[in-house]
Design a protein around this ligand. Structure first.
Ligand code: ADP
Ligand code: MG
Length: 364
């Protein structure tokens, strides 16, 4: 049986900060290693960092991709994010999810992409004992944590909202869904950004861009292969922001490809009577998860899964999250920062040396 070890490291934590893995010793703009650009979609800033090297040499001189070509590729990435948002946004009145969440109809014939993500989400829900739950829409709408004027709902309101949650309320059958409860609502907030990121990376892998990375709020992906002068693959350094002080990091994860997703309680929340109410809900209570975790970063080879798992592990709390990792239901690694300031790093990361704790420089 595989043996897992966990190394506890004292530290702080969270969200993801990208570190440019260097710009070639260059003099002019035309020799910069990356074409950098960003755009907004899904309420989030999306940053693209695309390698300019085309892999072709003219004599000894590198031929770079034209900026116009990279701009067109970036535009297609923006399209993919916008298209995902138009299907899965809970708040955009023109989205398919918004339409399904309205109480007008109870039967919908749907396209493949929608059915695929709903099916996938239900499967992840089953495999995470319901800690990840896309049918929580009536609860997240009630709390409206990221909305204009959120307030704390009453117990009765929470119980009422909870009574409209559950996979039995929105049933997927082939390419259609049947709502058994017209007030039931879907919320893909914990998985759609990861899906959009996967779509962008799949697309980038079909282009001539050799390597790069994409940052989508708390979701980051690295694609392609970047080699150093000795033909060794270069890893990217992803910083995990300290939630207690977002100008700092608790450590770095080194990855050469794949996805990192972070869920935390420190960015999206509101305060009432000095209590903080964050946006990650416990499906059992209908309230912000009372977790001992402050942030959790999940590393795996699928964007939607990384996104969903980081949310699920957050709700589980650290003890259960560690047991879940050990159970091997999914193959992933994680860095968990607890509210008490300690950090748990899963065995795979520790053994491979892919996590480096940040050590504060000692002042003389
Ligand atoms: P972020 O959106 O900040 O990246 P997450 O990926 O953890 O963070 O997703 C949180 C969002 O997912 C919430 O804003 C809400 O829309 C939805 N959500 C909250 N709790 C859950 C849960 N237990 N399962 C699935 N989705 C959730
Ligand atoms: Mg998530």
């Amino acid at each position: 049986m595989k043996k897992y070890l966990f190394k506890r490291i004292t530290a702080l934590v969270l969200s993801l900060v990208l570190f440019s893995s260097c710009v070639s010793g260059c003099t002019g703009i035309e020799e910069k290693e990356y074409f950098d650009t960003c755009f907004i979609a899904m309420d989030t800033q999306i940053t693209l960092r695309l390698a300019r090297d085309s892999g072709v040499k003219d004599g000894r001189k590198t031929i770079y991709h034209e900026d116009t070509a990279l701009e067109a590729i970036a535009a297609e990435c923006a399209n993919l994010a916008a298209q995902t948002e138009s299907i899965f946004s809970r708040t955009d009145e023109n989205s398919l999810t918004y339409e399904i969440n309205s109480e007008a109809d109870s039967f919908f014939e749907l396209d493949n992409e929608f059915c695929e993500l709903l099916k996938r989400s239900y499967d992840i829900s089953d495999k995470t004992e319901g800690y990840f739950d896309v049918t929580l829409g009536s609860v997240t709408e009630l709390w409206n944590v990221t909305g204009e004027e959120p307030s704390v709902p009453s117990e009765d309101e929470i119980n009422e909202a909870l009574s409209h949650c559950g996979k039995d309320k929105i049933v997927l059958s082939g390419s259609s869904i049947i709502k058994n409860d017209r007030k039931a609502k879907l919320d893909f907030g914990a998985v759609a950004k990861g899906l959009a990121l996967s779509k962008i990376i799949d697309y980038l892998n079909t282009t001539e861009v050799l390597y790069g990375l994409v940052s989508f709020g708390g979701n980051v992906a690295v694609f392609g292969n970047k080699y150093d002068t000795k033909e060794q693959i270069v890893k990217y350094k992803v910083g995990i922001t300290d939630p207690a002080d977002t100008s700092k990091v608790v450590g770095y994860i080194y990855i050469e490809n794949g996805y990192v997703s972070v869920s935390g309680d420190y960015e999206r929340y509101f305060e009432a009577d000095t209590v903080k109410y964050h946006h990650i809900m416990d499906p059992k209570t209908g309230k912000p998860a009372d977790s001992d975790i402050s942030s959790v970063s999940v590393i795996c080879n699928n964007g939607a899964l990384a996104d969903a798992l980081s949310t699920a592990l957050f709700v589980m709390g650290s003890e259960k999250a560690v047991q879940y990792y050990e159970s091997g239901v999914y193959s992933f690694e994680a860095v968990i920062t607890k509210k008490d300031g300690t950090t748990i790093v899963t065995d795979g990361l520790t053994e491979s040396g892919a996590f480096e704790k940040y050590i504060e420089p000692v002042e003389e």
